[in-house]
Design a protein around this ligand. Structure first.
Ligand SMILES: [Zn+2]
Length: 265
Protein backbone atom coordinates (compact mmCIF):
# COMPACT_ATOMS: atom_id res chain seq x y z
CA UNK A 1 0.00 0.00 0.00
CA UNK A 2 1.30 3.39 -0.83
CA UNK A 3 1.41 5.97 1.87
CA UNK A 4 0.14 9.22 0.78
CA UNK A 5 2.08 12.15 2.12
CA UNK A 6 -0.26 13.93 4.43
CA UNK A 7 1.54 17.16 4.51
CA UNK A 8 2.02 18.12 1.02
CA UNK A 9 2.83 21.76 0.65
CA UNK A 10 -0.33 23.79 0.81
CA UNK A 11 -0.83 25.67 -2.32
CA UNK A 12 0.19 29.27 -1.96
CA UNK A 13 -2.80 31.45 -1.32
CA UNK A 14 -3.45 33.81 -4.05
CA UNK A 15 -1.80 37.06 -3.21
CA UNK A 16 -3.50 40.01 -4.65
CA UNK A 17 -1.34 42.64 -6.21
CA UNK A 18 -0.23 45.12 -3.60
CA UNK A 19 -2.11 48.21 -4.13
CA UNK A 20 -0.28 51.42 -3.90
CA UNK A 21 -2.12 54.13 -2.09
CA UNK A 22 -1.45 57.27 -0.09
CA UNK A 23 -2.85 57.10 3.45
CA UNK A 24 -5.08 59.97 4.29
CA UNK A 25 -3.67 62.80 6.39
CA UNK A 26 -5.39 61.74 9.64
CA UNK A 27 -3.76 58.25 9.38
CA UNK A 28 -0.32 59.86 9.09
CA UNK A 29 -1.03 61.93 12.17
CA UNK A 30 -2.12 58.81 14.08
CA UNK A 31 1.08 56.96 13.05
CA UNK A 32 3.19 59.87 14.34
CA UNK A 33 1.40 59.86 17.69
CA UNK A 34 1.79 56.06 17.99
CA UNK A 35 5.56 56.18 17.40
CA UNK A 36 6.11 58.83 20.04
CA UNK A 37 3.93 56.83 22.48
CA UNK A 38 6.10 53.75 21.78
CA UNK A 39 9.25 55.75 22.44
CA UNK A 40 7.85 56.84 25.82
CA UNK A 41 6.92 53.26 26.73
CA UNK A 42 10.48 52.09 25.96
CA UNK A 43 12.00 54.92 28.01
CA UNK A 44 9.72 54.27 31.00
CA UNK A 45 10.50 50.51 30.83
CA UNK A 46 14.26 51.20 30.81
CA UNK A 47 14.00 53.62 33.72
CA UNK A 48 11.98 51.13 35.81
CA UNK A 49 14.54 48.42 35.03
CA UNK A 50 17.35 50.59 36.39
CA UNK A 51 15.27 51.50 39.46
CA UNK A 52 14.50 47.83 40.15
CA UNK A 53 18.18 46.87 39.87
CA UNK A 54 19.13 49.61 42.34
CA UNK A 55 16.45 48.43 44.81
CA UNK A 56 17.56 44.78 44.53
CA UNK A 57 21.23 45.65 45.06
CA UNK A 58 20.36 47.72 48.11
CA UNK A 59 18.23 44.89 49.52
CA UNK A 60 20.95 42.27 49.13
CA UNK A 61 23.60 44.41 50.77
CA UNK A 62 21.14 45.14 53.60
CA UNK A 63 20.65 41.38 53.98
CA UNK A 64 24.39 40.78 54.36
CA UNK A 65 24.66 43.65 56.79
CA UNK A 66 21.84 42.24 58.90
CA UNK A 67 23.50 38.80 58.90
CA UNK A 68 26.75 40.33 60.11
CA UNK A 69 25.04 42.39 62.78
CA UNK A 70 23.67 39.19 64.32
CA UNK A 71 27.08 38.83 65.98
CA UNK A 72 25.97 37.89 69.49
CA UNK A 73 28.89 39.59 71.20
CA UNK A 74 27.21 42.87 70.42
CA UNK A 75 29.85 44.46 68.23
CA UNK A 76 28.50 47.64 66.67
CA UNK A 77 29.55 46.65 63.19
CA UNK A 78 31.35 43.62 61.87
CA UNK A 79 34.59 44.74 60.23
CA UNK A 80 34.54 44.26 56.54
CA UNK A 81 36.39 45.88 53.70
CA UNK A 82 33.16 47.29 52.35
CA UNK A 83 32.76 44.50 49.81
CA UNK A 84 29.50 42.61 49.76
CA UNK A 85 29.20 39.71 50.45
CA UNK A 86 31.49 39.36 53.48
CA UNK A 87 35.12 38.43 53.03
CA UNK A 88 36.70 35.52 54.89
CA UNK A 89 40.47 35.01 55.10
CA UNK A 90 42.04 31.56 55.37
CA UNK A 91 45.76 31.31 55.97
CA UNK A 92 47.02 28.11 54.39
CA UNK A 93 49.60 27.38 57.10
CA UNK A 94 53.26 27.42 55.93
CA UNK A 95 52.30 27.91 52.28
CA UNK A 96 54.84 29.93 50.37
CA UNK A 97 57.31 29.62 53.22
CA UNK A 98 58.20 26.11 54.46
CA UNK A 99 56.80 22.60 54.73
CA UNK A 100 55.80 22.71 58.40
CA UNK A 101 55.72 19.30 60.09
CA UNK A 102 56.83 16.38 57.90
CA UNK A 103 55.82 12.71 58.20
CA UNK A 104 58.34 9.90 57.58
CA UNK A 105 56.56 9.07 54.31
CA UNK A 106 56.93 12.62 53.04
CA UNK A 107 53.44 13.99 53.78
CA UNK A 108 53.88 17.60 54.83
CA UNK A 109 51.80 19.83 57.03
CA UNK A 110 51.78 22.49 54.30
CA UNK A 111 50.14 20.03 51.86
CA UNK A 112 47.56 19.05 54.44
CA UNK A 113 46.76 22.66 55.39
CA UNK A 114 46.43 23.62 51.74
CA UNK A 115 44.02 20.80 50.98
CA UNK A 116 41.92 21.78 54.02
CA UNK A 117 41.96 25.48 53.08
CA UNK A 118 40.80 24.70 49.53
CA UNK A 119 37.91 22.59 50.80
CA UNK A 120 36.82 25.18 53.36
CA UNK A 121 36.98 27.90 50.71
CA UNK A 122 34.80 25.77 48.42
CA UNK A 123 32.14 25.34 51.09
CA UNK A 124 32.10 29.03 52.03
CA UNK A 125 32.11 30.24 48.41
CA UNK A 126 29.11 27.99 47.78
CA UNK A 127 27.38 29.98 50.55
CA UNK A 128 28.16 33.21 48.71
CA UNK A 129 31.16 34.43 50.73
CA UNK A 130 34.30 35.95 49.26
CA UNK A 131 37.22 33.83 50.41
CA UNK A 132 40.93 34.67 50.27
CA UNK A 133 43.39 31.83 50.69
CA UNK A 134 46.54 33.47 52.03
CA UNK A 135 50.14 32.35 52.31
CA UNK A 136 51.81 32.11 55.72
CA UNK A 137 53.59 35.43 55.13
CA UNK A 138 51.23 36.81 52.53
CA UNK A 139 51.83 40.53 51.90
CA UNK A 140 48.02 40.96 51.89
CA UNK A 141 47.98 40.13 55.62
CA UNK A 142 49.37 43.58 56.47
CA UNK A 143 46.29 45.49 57.68
CA UNK A 144 44.06 42.71 56.32
CA UNK A 145 40.36 43.41 56.82
CA UNK A 146 37.73 40.68 56.79
CA UNK A 147 34.67 39.47 58.67
CA UNK A 148 36.86 36.64 60.03
CA UNK A 149 40.31 35.17 59.56
CA UNK A 150 41.31 31.60 60.39
CA UNK A 151 44.87 30.33 60.10
CA UNK A 152 45.01 26.61 59.41
CA UNK A 153 47.81 24.47 60.83
CA UNK A 154 48.33 20.90 62.01
CA UNK A 155 50.44 19.40 64.77
CA UNK A 156 53.60 17.34 64.51
CA UNK A 157 53.85 13.97 62.79
CA UNK A 158 56.22 12.40 65.30
CA UNK A 159 54.89 10.08 67.97
CA UNK A 160 54.90 11.93 71.30
CA UNK A 161 52.61 9.81 73.49
CA UNK A 162 49.13 8.36 73.31
CA UNK A 163 47.62 11.68 74.37
CA UNK A 164 48.98 13.58 71.40
CA UNK A 165 45.63 13.59 69.65
CA UNK A 166 43.04 16.31 69.25
CA UNK A 167 42.86 19.91 68.05
CA UNK A 168 43.52 23.38 69.41
CA UNK A 169 42.04 26.77 68.66
CA UNK A 170 43.66 29.93 69.99
CA UNK A 171 43.18 33.67 69.81
CA UNK A 172 45.76 36.43 70.15
CA UNK A 173 46.97 37.03 73.69
CA UNK A 174 47.30 40.77 73.19
CA UNK A 175 43.81 41.58 71.92
CA UNK A 176 40.85 42.53 74.13
CA UNK A 177 38.28 39.84 74.95
CA UNK A 178 35.19 39.69 72.77
CA UNK A 179 34.79 38.64 69.21
CA UNK A 180 37.96 36.54 68.98
CA UNK A 181 36.61 34.48 71.88
CA UNK A 182 33.30 34.01 70.10
CA UNK A 183 35.13 32.78 67.00
CA UNK A 184 37.14 30.35 69.19
CA UNK A 185 33.95 29.02 70.83
CA UNK A 186 32.22 28.51 67.49
CA UNK A 187 35.20 26.70 65.97
CA UNK A 188 35.71 24.47 69.00
CA UNK A 189 32.05 23.46 69.06
CA UNK A 190 31.65 22.78 65.34
CA UNK A 191 35.08 21.25 64.75
CA UNK A 192 34.63 18.75 67.59
CA UNK A 193 31.16 17.94 66.29
CA UNK A 194 32.29 17.35 62.69
CA UNK A 195 35.53 15.45 63.35
CA UNK A 196 34.93 13.73 66.71
CA UNK A 197 38.35 15.02 67.83
CA UNK A 198 38.92 16.31 71.35
CA UNK A 199 39.76 19.94 72.16
CA UNK A 200 43.24 20.19 73.69
CA UNK A 201 42.68 23.39 75.66
CA UNK A 202 45.67 22.85 77.96
CA UNK A 203 48.35 22.40 75.34
CA UNK A 204 47.91 25.75 73.60
CA UNK A 205 51.38 27.18 73.17
CA UNK A 206 52.81 30.68 73.15
CA UNK A 207 53.50 30.13 69.44
CA UNK A 208 49.75 30.09 68.93
CA UNK A 209 48.73 33.02 71.13
CA UNK A 210 51.62 35.17 69.84
CA UNK A 211 51.19 34.03 66.26
CA UNK A 212 52.76 36.57 63.87
CA UNK A 213 49.60 37.01 61.73
CA UNK A 214 47.67 38.38 64.72
CA UNK A 215 49.97 41.43 64.75
CA UNK A 216 49.88 41.99 61.00
CA UNK A 217 46.13 42.08 60.32
CA UNK A 218 43.76 44.99 60.98
CA UNK A 219 43.01 45.07 64.74
CA UNK A 220 39.27 44.86 63.95
CA UNK A 221 39.49 41.60 62.01
CA UNK A 222 38.43 38.73 64.28
CA UNK A 223 41.12 36.06 64.03
CA UNK A 224 42.10 32.67 65.36
CA UNK A 225 44.58 29.93 64.63
CA UNK A 226 43.56 26.27 64.55
CA UNK A 227 45.75 23.18 64.84
CA UNK A 228 43.44 20.70 63.12
CA UNK A 229 44.96 17.62 64.77
CA UNK A 230 48.18 15.69 65.26
CA UNK A 231 49.51 14.33 62.00
CA UNK A 232 50.61 11.12 63.70
CA UNK A 233 47.61 9.89 65.72
CA UNK A 234 44.94 11.89 63.89
CA UNK A 235 46.26 11.24 60.40
CA UNK A 236 43.19 9.25 59.39
CA UNK A 237 40.78 12.11 60.11
CA UNK A 238 43.11 14.73 58.63
CA UNK A 239 43.71 12.88 55.36
CA UNK A 240 40.87 10.45 54.71
CA UNK A 241 38.13 12.59 56.26
CA UNK A 242 39.28 15.99 55.09
CA UNK A 243 35.65 16.75 54.23
CA UNK A 244 34.80 16.61 57.97
CA UNK A 245 37.75 18.83 58.81
CA UNK A 246 36.55 21.37 56.24
CA UNK A 247 32.92 21.19 57.31
CA UNK A 248 33.85 21.69 60.97
CA UNK A 249 35.85 24.83 60.23
CA UNK A 250 33.34 26.24 57.71
CA UNK A 251 30.51 25.68 60.19
CA UNK A 252 32.52 27.32 62.95
CA UNK A 253 32.96 30.41 60.77
CA UNK A 254 29.26 30.43 59.83
CA UNK A 255 28.33 30.08 63.51
CA UNK A 256 30.42 33.16 64.26
CA UNK A 257 28.98 35.21 61.39
CA UNK A 258 25.38 34.14 61.30
CA UNK A 259 24.36 32.70 64.63
CA UNK A 260 24.09 28.95 64.45
CA UNK A 261 23.39 28.32 60.79
CA UNK A 262 25.46 25.37 59.60
CA UNK A 263 26.08 23.19 56.58
CA UNK A 264 24.58 19.74 56.92
CA UNK A 265 26.80 17.50 54.80
ZN1 LIG B 1 52.09 24.76 61.44
Amino acid sequence: MRHTKISSKPSKPHRPEARRFMPPAHTLLLLGVLSSVTRWIVLVALASGVLLAVILLGASSARWRSLLLQDVTGAEQAPDDGARPPRIGLVSGHRGSDSGAVCPDGLTEAQLNSSHAQRIAGLLRAQGFLVDILDEFDPRLEGYRAAALVSIHADSCTYINDFATGFKVARAAHRPPGRDDHLVECLVKHYAEATGLRFHANSITRDMTHYHTFREIDPNTPAVIIETGFMYLDRDVLTRHADRVARGIANGILCFLQGNESLSH
